[in-house]
Design a binder for this molecule. Structure first.
Ligand SMILES: [Zn+2]
Ligand SMILES: [Zn+2]
Length: 124
């Protein structure tokens, strides 16, 4: 049986507002330090590292409140082909999608419109 060890992470850049979808291989994550993913504009989108052998941690720069939030996942959950919606603990808004690559892509594109509305509201 072949496992897909790549996950998708969709997050919106806090600098330029673009939706970024990255593929991350969970088995290539550094044990020390973080793997930083940057937007085309240079801003860090999120940082990811492995925790113990069964989990990994993601720090996401939040588009909603401007802070950095930490989320911990079990690798099993993510690799089982599911999708996790991450929300901002302050504003409760959905800020990121993590999980199965196909699902992440589909859901992120679907939510793109909602997020654009959200950003308009935040910019007022
Ligand atoms: Zn950017
Ligand atoms: Zn937040």
């Amino acid at each position: 049986m072949l496992f897909d060890t790549n996950i998708g992470v969709a997050v919106r850049c806090t600098n330029c507002g673009k939706l970024a979808i990255r593929n991350i291989s969970l088995f290539n994550l550094p044990k020390d330090g973080f793997n930083e993913e940057r937007c085309g504009c240079g801003r860090v989108l999120f940082k990811i590292k492995s925790g113990d052998s069964k989990s990994f941690r993601v720090h996401i720069n939040c588009i909603a409140c401007g802070k950095e939030h930490l989320y911990t996942f079990s690798s099993k959950l993510i690799l089982s082909g599911k999708l996790k919606i991450l929300n901002c603990p302050s504003s409760r808004l959905d800020i990121s999608f993590v999980g199965n690559r196909e699902l992440v892509r589909n859901v992120a594109i679907k939510h793109q419109k909602d997020l654009q509305e959200l950003i308009k509201v935040l910019e007022v």
